[in-house]
Design a protein around this ligand. Structure first.
Ligand code: ADP
Ligand code: ZN
Length: 227
């Protein structure tokens, strides 16, 4: 890769179908490297919870399983990154989700260099089953597979089905992924930024694969997304 420097605070993107385990794995990556975990889904859920006019607009898209419009997404990401975002490093979870969003990110962080993109690969039928049978902590967002009931093991919050995990919304989210986000995976691959990770297995098994892939960061530098 580019300059042989070791990034102290890497800039990592994580792609993956809804149900690929992105959120869980991004939290681990963030802890490993001491970088912020920026999840657009979590940011939008917080916006919806505030029940402002903007929150109601965002909710309509999320409840339908559709993407929130790019201008709103960009505002939220720019705000969260702040002026020093690139310098602090990041693991971006759920953004960018389309080729236009990737181009907007490159503009936002100009000059922009990306250290790694991971695509967490699971087949659609596995993803569908995970989503429609999981419960999620309403407080910290931790996922509990298989419909287990009780309090969250992390924070004691109450676990419940996510509003957009019903069968028809899941079908819509998976279709949107195939149409809009899957092309971004190929786009990043052509720029030699992408490592595809098999997302099947227990979270710890997937995490070990991700750790191995992230070890390339210890010997390589950054690539310019815009080139
Ligand atoms: P999942 O990947 O399982 O769909 P997320 O929590 O990442 O879950 O996203 C939930 C919802 O938030 C999406 O269905 C979409 O409505 C909205 N959203 C999140 N990230 C983006 C994005 N980058 N662009 C547009 N909409 C987004
Ligand atoms: Zn919790």
């Amino acid at each position: 890769m580019a300059n042989g420097a070791t990034p102290e605070r890497p800039r990592i993107l994580v792609l993956g179908r809804p149900g690929s385990g992105k959120g869980t794995q991004c939290a681990r990556i963030a802890a490993r490297f001491g970088i912020p975990h920026i999840s657009t889904g979590d940011l939008f859920r917080a916006t919806v919870a505030r029940d402002t006019p903007l929150g109601r607009v965002v909710r309509a898209y999320m409840d339908a399983g559709d993407l929130v419009p790019d201008d709103l997404v960009l505002d939220v990401v720019a705000d969260r990154l702040g002026p020093d975002g690139a310098a602090l490093g990041f693991v971006l979870d759920g953004f960018p989700r389309s080729i236009p969003q990737a181009e907007q990110l490159a503009d936002l962080l100009d000059p922009f260099a990306l250290d790694l993109a991971l695509d967490l690969v699971v087949p659609a039928d596995v993803a569908r089953l995970r989503l429609t049978t999981r419960l999620v902590c309403g407080d910290c967002g931790r996922s509990v597979g298989g419909g287990a009931i009780g309090a969250c093991g992390d924070c004691g919050g109450s676990v419940e089905a996510r509003a957009d995990d019903d069968a028809s919304t899941v079908a819509r989210r998976l279709a949107v992924y195939d149409r809009t986000t899957a092309p971004l995976s190929d786009w990043l691959d052509r720029r030699e930024l992408l490592i595809r990770i098999d997302g099947i297995g227990r979270p710890a098994e997937v995490a070990a694969r991700i750790d191995a892939a992230c070890d390339v960061l210890l010997v390589s530098g950054s690539e310019d997304l815009a080139s």
